[in-house]
Design a binder for this molecule. Structure first.
Ligand SMILES: NC(=O)c1ccc[n+]([C@@H]2O[C@H](COP(=O)([O-])OP(=O)(O)OC[C@H]3O[C@@H](n4cnc5c(N)ncnc54)[C@H](O)[C@@H]3O)[C@@H](O)[C@H]2O)c1
Length: 254
């Protein structure tokens, strides 16, 4: 019997890599994708059943072509995880139009394009698939310093998740988001350095502030997020759609 097939975007690093490993552990064949081909290949080498591919989520034609090739090769597409994302910390008044555009291109348009390509294929295959988007704690509250463009791009992902869930429900396709908090990844290391410099302090102090803001009193691991994604991909979440699940140790409760 063929293994269920999942595609994960931005899986060459951090949370996406952990999602790929966790879903591989749970019996999926994982297609590990990233704009960085080497990073995707490195992640794939740590996954039980995997292959890697280059995919830039900002290119809608590439997303369609990638899905077409995947379905041609495997005859199925069961789960799509839109995880790729970027951040750059700077004061709201300093965000240049090009930075704003880039943030939306990856974080919002990328989720839109990939969701369209995946949904078209799932509908054509008659597959009751699952689409899972990585949003953020900053998708639910804007009280976040120096990330105004990121906040706006991630709030959009929550609305998009609901709209996709609504339109795709008649096909049995479920669409949900995860909203991580302070996750120890390369993105976080960059943010620690930026926030420390913008606040005139050091990264250790910022890290401790983030831990102090988290009732469960530690930084999150990428695996904390990956396990919730695995739940959303499973039949245990069979009646769950249009939701955006906080995974943040209580740092923001809604
Ligand atoms: N780390 C956190 O604290 C945190 C918190 C909340 C949400 N998130 C979200 O989780 C997701 C993963 O973040 P992470 O912390 O693992 O970041 P990361 O920087 O460690 O990994 C992101 C990956 O996305 C890839 N990527 C960037 N642009 C891409 C593109 N155009 N097409 C395809 N891939 C692209 C990068 O090459 C990288 O491998 C992002 O959507 C991020 O916004 C992260």
């Amino acid at each position: 019997m063929k293994l269920p097939l999942v595609v994960v975007t931005g899986a060459g690093s951090g949370i996406g890599a952990a999602i790929a490993v966790e879903l591989g552990r749970r019996g999926f064949h994982v297609i590990v994708t990233d704009v960085d081909a080497d990073a995707a290949a490195t992640t794939a080498s740590a996954v039980a059943s995997a292959e890697s591919a280059t995919l830039d989520v900002t290119d809608p034609a590439a997303c369609d072509e990638f899905v077409r090739r995947t379905v041609d090769a495997h005859g199925r597409l069961d789960v799509w995880v839109s995880n790729a994302g970027i951040s750059k910390m700077q004061p709201f008044v300093d965000v240049a139009p090009a930075d704003l555009r880039r943030t939306f291109e990856v974080n919002t348009y990328g989720v839109f394009y990939c969701g369209q390509s995946a949904a078209r294929a799932m509908i054509a295959l008659g597959t009751a698939g699952r689409i899972i988007n990585t949003a953020s704690m900053a998708a639910k509250q804007g009280g976040v310093p120096y990330l105004s463009d990121y906040v706006a791009s991630k709030f959009a992902v929550l609305g998009l998740t609901q709209a996709m869930a609504f339109e795709l429900a008649p096909y049995g396709i479920r669409v949900n988001s995860v909203c991580p908090g302070f996750v120890a990844t390369p993105m976080q290391s960059r943010e620690l350095a930026w926030e420390a410099s913008l606040r005139g302090t050091d990264p250790d102090t910022v890290r401790q502030m983030w831990i102090d803001d988290t009732p469960l009193a530690r930084l999150q691991t990428p695996e904390d997020v990956a396990k919730v994604v695995a739940f959303l991909a499973s039949d245990d979440a069979a009646f769950l759609t249009g939701e955006s699940i906080s995974v943040n140790g209580g740092a923001f409760m809604d």
